[in-house]
Design a protein around this ligand. Structure first.
Ligand code: UAG
Ligand code: ATP
Ligand code: API
Ligand code: MG
Length: 488
């Protein structure tokens, strides 16, 4: 056990009431999880303010409380610590509580609107195939040297995050690769982490419900790089409009990757087809199993990180060439009878949808049609809905708008948002079917032999979330079922 005094090392403290030599049983940011002897950290959230639950936490047995504002009445025997920022304190305290795990392995964080899961997963797979025990923290799942743990967030809260890293250290992991979401940066879930490297993929429209403006979204992402230590590397996408701005104020060692200009990690696509990518990376010709220009960027980023981590360039390229991507990302199958190509992809932003549809266009060999099934999440950025609707129509021959985790919203209302700004050509191409299963079935009914069906937005997800209930649903499974049932 560690004393509260040690756990508070590095935290900006305003005042203390009580004995800091007390030894908390665990750290909690949720009063509902308090057990006898827990330390409760009150954090101001989006929905609620953790400070409102201090009394409840104490009643449930909390032995210590960390807060920005202390309650008027303090209970005897309980230690109260007033801090400058309790979300930062949560990260720093969790790191101390778990023995500063990020300093005991090499931790690489990946941020950006699209490509985080792909890059982090490829790094995990690459370093595993190079013979290291590694950890992965991602949207799809968290992995500790092969042991899979379900993920609830892209980046877990500070306490779960540090606990995961501790388990990685205990299992002998040398590396950990993690996604750093903009929510996590903004909420200081990554406070207290020591990064060996930071990577930027790209920034486009998403999460404006949360960050309000695009400038604020950029500022939040940039903060991750501003706070990297000088010992870290920072790798950015030179072809992204904000690629240089991201690294403008970092003290980390700056490097770039590009398909268009001179950069430390320079790539060129020679062939881009359904069997993969043939490209040169710093003049070495390599074939990759991943598909599409956007994956050329992801591969360059991964190569750059591996070189920075001291791996042999040739060996890295050999291992990378054998890897497949992350689950539910451009995952394609060909139907046995009519040779319809069915693609499941996690594109859930306008840019990702555009990229995946452009990639499909490049892969087309003749007059085959593209049918896109897509929806937009409920309780998420509403402004992306009409844009995704238009993109789906513009770059497909037919679009079927459907539901994608309507959450607390009315699925029909989300469909109306997707239809709102369609131009006249787009209006002729779409139909809306709220039931996703029915939408996928309709796509296969409409398809002619050889056509391409893209089912976008849910990727690896195994559920459809409706009014707080997660119903089992998986696009790939649905596709396989429909192909079987329709005999296609
Ligand atoms: C909008 C958002 O990010 N919300 C996250 C945030 O919740 P919040 O600010 O709403 O918390 P709150 O409910 O206001 O409560 C404030 C504090 O009071 C505490 N509390 C609350 C109730 C109570 O009875 N007792 C109590 O102590 C809470 O534990 C919390 O510490 O902090 C919580 C704890 O860390 C997160 O679980 C929660 O994620 C919600 C569920 C969520 O859906 N987040 C999504 C949007 C998200 O984070 N996504 C990103 C990336 C997406 C992407 O990759 O595109 C991610 O990293 O996953
Ligand atoms: N580098 C990239 N640039 C643009 N689009 C990409 C890139 N990489 C992947 N995509 C597209 O974005 C989708 C999501 O990719 P991925 O899951 O790797 O991103 P992510 O950043 O982890 O997303 P999330 O924010 O949901 O965690 C993919 O299915 C693909 O369509
Ligand atoms: N991590 C993202 C994923 C969105 C995926 C899409 N299927 C949706 O539910 O909107 C989010 O929570 O906003
Ligand atoms: Mg992700």
């Amino acid at each position: 056990m560690t004393s509260l005094q040690d756990i508070l090392y590095g935290v900006s403290i305003r005042s203390v009431q009580g004995n800091l030599l007390t030894e908390p049983k665990d750290l909690q940011i949720d009063s509902r999880k308090i057990v006898s002897g827990s330390c409760f950290i009150a954090i101001k959230g989006v929905q609620a303010d953790g400070h409102q639950f201090i009394e409840k936490a104490v009643a449930a047995g909390a032995g210590s409380v960390i807060a920005e504002v202390l309650p008027a009445e303090l209970k005897e025997g309980v230690v109260y610590v007033q801090v400058a920022d309790s979300s930062v304190a949560a990260g720093v305290m969790a790191s101390n509580f778990y023995g500063q795990p990020s300093s005991k392995l090499k931790l690489v964080g990946v941020t950006g609107t699209n490509g985080k899961t792909t890059v982090a997963t490829l790094l995990y797979k690459l370093f595993t195939s190079l013979g290291y025990d590694c950890g992965l923290i991602s949207t799809v799942n968290n992995v500790i040297a092969g042991e899979v743990i379900e993920a609830t967030h892209t980046t877990p809260d500070a306490i779960q995050l540090q606990a995961l890293l501790k388990r990685m250290v205990d299992k002998g992991c040398r590396y950990a690769f993690m996604e750093v979401s903009s929510h996590a940066i903004h909420q200081n879930r990554i406070a207290g982490l020591e990064f060996a490297g930071g990577m930027f993929t790209n920034i486009t429209h998403d999460h404006l419900d949360y960050h309000k403006t695009f400038d604020e979204y950029i500022r939040v992402k940039k903060k991750f790089f501003d706070e990297l230590p000088a010992s870290a590397f920072a790798i950015s996408n030179l072809d992204d409009k904000r690629g240089m701005v991201m690294l403008q104020n970092t003290v980390a060692s700056k490097q770039y990757y590009s398909l268009r200009s001179m950069a430390e990690f320079k790539g060129k696509i020679l062939e881009n087809g359904l069997t993969g990518l043939l490209m040169t990376i710093n003049d070495q010709e390599v074939h990759f199993r991943l598909i599409g220009e956007f994956n050329a960027y992801n591969l360059l980023a991964v190569y750059g990180a591996a070189v920075n981590l001291g791996e042999d360039k040739q060996e890295v390229l050999e291992c990378l060439s054998k890897l497949s991507g992350a689950e539910g990302r451009f995952d394609y199958q060909v139907s046995p009878v009519d040779k319809i190509i069915g693609i499941v992809d996690y594109a859930h932003t306008p840019d990702a949808l555009l990229n995946v549809l452009k990639t499909i266009k490049q892969l087309k060999q003749g007059e085959e049609k593209v049918i896109t099934v897509v929806g937009c999440g409920g309780d998420r950025d509403k402004t992306k809905r009409p844009i995704m609707g238009q993109v789906a129509c513009e770059f497909s021959d037919k679009a079927i708008f459907t539901s994608d985790n309507p959450r607390s919203e009315d699925p029909e209302a989300i469909l109306r948002d997707m239809e709102a700004d369609l131009n006249s050509a787009a209006r002729r191409k779409y139909i809306s079917i709220a039931d996703r299963r029915q939408a996928i079935r309709t796509a296969f009914s409409l398809a002619m032999p050889g056509d391409i069906i893209l089912v976008a937005g849910k990727g690896h997800e195994h559920y459809q979330e409706i009014k707080g209930v997660k119903h089992h649903f998986n696009d790939k499974e649905e596709m396989e079922r429909v192909i079987r049932e329709l005999g296609r």
